[in-house]
Design a protein around this ligand. Sequence first.
Ligand code: DX5
Ligand code: ZN
Length: 215
Amino acid sequence: MIQIAPSILTADFLQLGKEIEMLNSSEADMIHLDIMDGNFVPNLTFGFPVIKQIKSIAKKDLDVHLMISNPDNFIEDYQKVGADRLTVHYETCPHLHKTIQNIKSLGMKAAVSLNPHTTVNNLHEIIGELDMVLIMTVNPGFGGQKFIENSYEKIRKLKKMISDRALKTKIQIDGGVNLENIRPLADAGVDVFVVGNTVFAADNPKEMIAKLRNS
Ligand code: DX5
Ligand code: ZN
């Protein structure tokens, strides 16, 4: 069964409470929060007070995707405001093994994200430590972009790396997921789909989540 992690990046922030309640009562498996710092990626989103408020009403796990430079400085802060899963970018962590140990020691699930140009081969030595790998299927920074087709090859390669070692590491993708590509991507090995625009631009987001999940 595939999992859906709606990204609130393109939600209506004037109605954020209602959007979270909609996700609570939907088939969403977790809530994906995109944290951008205007440095690692050319955009800014929201910070700790917003996450804390979301946590106070969320009935699903918070899946926090850090698109920030020097994430090591803030791991504990994200745990304190309620992150259940924390994803750091490979490109931002010179001591990735240590970062992952730190995330796990604070009781959170740990994931590593790869930008489109970063090869999955970089994960050989760390894959056994990871709960999840996030393959970016667009360049991080904005919602509503076009899916990068070359990602299929990366997904298959990663799937092979995981099954060759009989690991339980999940594969997540983020960017450009829609009703047309979700099934072939699941067949290629994706377990968890981050979906922003396809959910929040739909006439009925809750129904769209169910459709995607049952694709
Ligand atoms: C992009 C973010 C994504 C984004 C996905 O930098 O990490 O989570 O919200 O949005 P869609 O599904 O619209 O491509
Ligand atoms: Zn994301």
